[in-house]
Design a protein around this ligand. Structure first.
Ligand code: F6P
Length: 360
């Protein structure tokens, strides 16, 4: 059988995440091992619209498995959202004889991938974002490292809180999802966790902490996810909460926003492993002639999902479905999607419940 793929492209787009480099390396090495050339595309889709590509050898991805960030850089590309920009991107693929693309990133990256594939360039997506907020996969590259970074920071805060009998309010990234916050909160024994997925009552949180202070507890950590509605309304909400907390509890309270610190750093074992497995699988699927798939984790296994299905599932989970989005699915499929979303919601609510029990 004639080999269909002679050369593939790889890009990273959207917010960077630790482990993106490990995925880039895996894609490159898996392709080279099958005698397929690799073009590294710089700055995400921008590198296709304004051509910035380099033919990658194994040397180009040497010594990056342990590095945070992305060696291909990342950027937003508004032009790629317009037909003219997409056509330029397709032209770049043709001129560089790119037979298929592996796109590493989040949901925006996958939408871009479908724009390429409907114009004739096969694509496979690899989920990478610290937020773990892509509904079609149980895991996204970067999450484990980000949570470990948060844990490390909070553990240090706890040490000093204990010495001074203080509280630290920590605002944690994660876009609209509370996964980083809930796992970091559980793993550091936070006194309270505030996430988007579970309603919360500020006064209740405060009175619970006053109770635990009566039991001579000296250190208090409150983790707030950046996606909670109060914060979306008022970006200063967490600082103001810290002030109110101090006034009402009498506990000296500091505020910390680690922000992008969670996005950097050396990837953990889990991120290196998953990135390598996903990268290798993405290449296998592409060279088999598959397209429009996202490689994810389902029931603990690396499993591909149809990219359009993945995007719709994601919108369903996030409540952003547009009219007609589900028209091509049967009632049975829609019911299955709903059940899947509910299971995922339940998973985070259960984690929250555990965090709550541990704090009392
Ligand atoms: O998606 C990753 C993420 O770090 C989110 O947690 C955060 O809300 C967002 O990106 C920040 O985006 P930017 O890097 O554009 O400030």
């Amino acid at each position: 059988m004639a080999k269909k793929f002679r050369r593939i492209g790889v890009l990273t787009s959207g917010g960077d995440a630790p482990g993106m480099n490990a995925a880039l390396r895996a894609v490159t090495r898996a392709a080279l091992a099958k005698d397929v050339e690799v073009m590294g595309i710089y700055k995400g889709y921008k590198g296709l619209v304004h051509p910035q590509l380099k033919r990658f050898t194994a040397r180009d991805v040497s010594n990056i498995i342990s590095r945070g960030g992305t060696a291909l850089y990342s950027d937003r590309c508004h032009e790629f959202k317009e037909e003219e920009g997409m056509q330029k991107a397709i032209q770049t693929c043709r001129e560089n004889e790119i037979d298929g693309i592996i796109a590493i990133g989040g949901d925006g990256t996958f939408r871009g991938a479908t724009d390429l594939s409907i114009r004739g360039i096969p694509t496979i997506g690899i989920p990478a974002t610290i937020d773990n907020d892509i509904a079609s996969t149980e895991y996204t590259i970067g999450f484990d490292t980000a949570v470990n970074t948060a844990i490390n920071l909070i553990d240090r805060l706890r040490d000093t809180c204990e010495s001074h009998a203080r509280c630290n309010v920590v605002e944690i990234m994660g876009r609209n999802a509370g996964w980083v916050t809930v796992e970091a909160g559980i793993a550091t024994g936070a006194s309270a966790i505030i996430i988007n997925e579970v309603e919360f009552d500020e006064d209740k949180v405060i009175s619970q902490i006053i109770e635990s202070k009566k039991n001579n507890k000296r250190n208090f950590i409150v983790c707030i996810a950046e996606g909670v509605p109060a914060l979306l309304k008022d970006p200063q909400y967490s600082e103001k909460f810290a002030k109110r907390f101090q006034e009402k509890t009498g506990i000296e309270t500091k505020f910390v926003r680690p922000a992008h610190v969670l996005r950097g750093g050396d990837p953990s074992l889990r991120d290196r492993m998953i990135a390598t497995q996903m990268g290798s699988e993405a290449v296998r699927l592409l060279l088999e002639g598959k397209s429009d798939l996202v490689v994810g984790v389902r029931d603990g296994n690396i499993t591909p999902t149809d990219i359009n299905y993945a995007l719709k599932l994601d919108r369903m989970y996030k409540g952003t479905l547009a009219e007609g989005d589900l028209d091509s699915y049967t009632a049975e499929q829609v019911a299955e999607m709903k059940a899947y979303c509910e299971k995922r919601r339940e998973k985070i609510r259960n984690l929250y419940q555990i965090a709550y029990e541990m704090a009392h």
